[in-house]
Design a protein around this ligand. Structure first.
Ligand code: MTE
Length: 323
């Protein structure tokens, strides 16, 4: 749709997208992430990224247990500091270290998730209503289209439980997710190369799959601003861009919804975008991935990010180039 798109990070040379991974060097990683700048301004990573302990205590997650089915992702859990300082959140910045600084203090309080489109009755949920549907923790592998990966404990509610509340009409075939729109607070939304707000979508049967998750917590705490406060969609078998952060609206529809990345660069970011080692991104291989860690390890990518048992049946009748 756009012939000129200002360079998103996954369009930059790989040295910008995953500097630490390429160099395998923690010093370069921190430098590329701007840690030097923070040190100069007298801040530590902890003070820059993490919510004040009092704030976390004032707003704890609901009581919950780890779902035994997703207790072990077969990989070492990623150190919490990485998901807090290495982000893609284009509403705030196209730099990996930008969201932690520029989204600091950002909140969508008082929050509500609006549901409209092909439903019996438009609805609004607050966080409490969503979390009461059945709160659990899941340790999942997460794979970005840029070929970096992490393993993190999300806390939240299966998306199917939320959809069950919505009175979805039989004609609905897709669900579209929409993120907040507030260019004054999120300066990235002034970038005219993209159609804001950030939009994503799923086919209804994908959305009802047990792997589709609505997260409001990470590492036992509320989602930090840069992680998509207060609610994001997590789809562990798809590339990370399919999971929108800071979602405020869900619309049920009979047509495949437009999505931000697919509208911007359709040849590179397809609607389905399931993790697949054999389908390279037009500009890089997806055969392996690099785990965010102090000492970087490169490992083979797994089809559906290793969740084929749960999701492969969804695509049984589709030609592979479509998904
Ligand atoms: N959601 C919104 N609203 N804006 C974004 O820029 N980036 C996506 C996804 N969700 C993005 C988003 C991409 S490309 C990835 S890889 C993940 O969020 C990154 O999540 P993380 O920063 O928590 O690792």
């Amino acid at each position: 749709m756009f012939s000129i798109v200002s360079r998103p990070s996954w369009h930059l040379a790989e040295r910008h997208a995953t500097p630490e991974l390429l160099h395998g060097n923690r010093r370069d990683f921190l430098k590329a992430l701007g840690a030097g700048g923070l040190a100069l301004s007298g801040m530590s990573w902890a003070s820059a990224q993490e919510p004040a302990p009092a704030a976390a205590e004032a707003n704890p997650l609901p009581p919950h247990e780890r779902n035994p089915k997703f207790a072990d992702a077969g990989r070492v859990m990623t150190d919490e500091k990485y998901p807090l300082m290495f982000n893609n959140f284009y509403e705030f910045s196209t730099r990996k270290d930008g969201p932690a600084k520029l989204a600091k203090g950002f909140s969508l309080d008082p929050y509500s998730l609006e549901v409209d489109g092909l439903v019996e009755k438009p609805l609004k949920f607050d966080l409490d209503q969503i979390e009461k549907l059945g709160y659990e923790e899941r340790v999942c592998r997460f794979r970005c289209v840029e070929a970096w990966a992490m393993t993190v404990p999300w806390a939240g509610v299966p998306l199917a439980k939320l959809i069950a509340q919505c009175g979805v009409k039989a004609e609905a075939k897709f669900v579209a997710f929409q993120t907040f729109h507030d260019p004054k607070r999120a300066p990235g939304q002034k970038d005219t190369a993209f159609t804001w707000p950030y939009q994503e979508g799923l086919r209804i049967d994908e959305a009802l799959n047990e792997m589709a998750f609505v997260a409001t917590g990470l590492y036992g705490k509320r989602l930090a601003p840069q992680s998509g406060t207060p609610l994001r969609i997590v789809l562990p078998w798809k590339y990370g861009f399919k999971g929108p952060k800071s979602v405020v609206k869900m619309t049920f529809t009979d047509k495949q919804p437009a999505t931000m990345w697919n509208s911007a660069i359709p040849a590179e970011y397809k609607f389905y975008s399931n993790v697949d080692p054999e389908v390279p991104h037009p500009r890089w291989s997806q055969a392996s991935e690099k785990l965010l860690a102090d000492v970087v390890e490169r490992i083979p990518t797994q089809w559906y990010n290793g969740y084929g048992e749960q999701v492969a049946a969804l695509y049984a009748n589709m030609p592979r180039e479509l998904y």
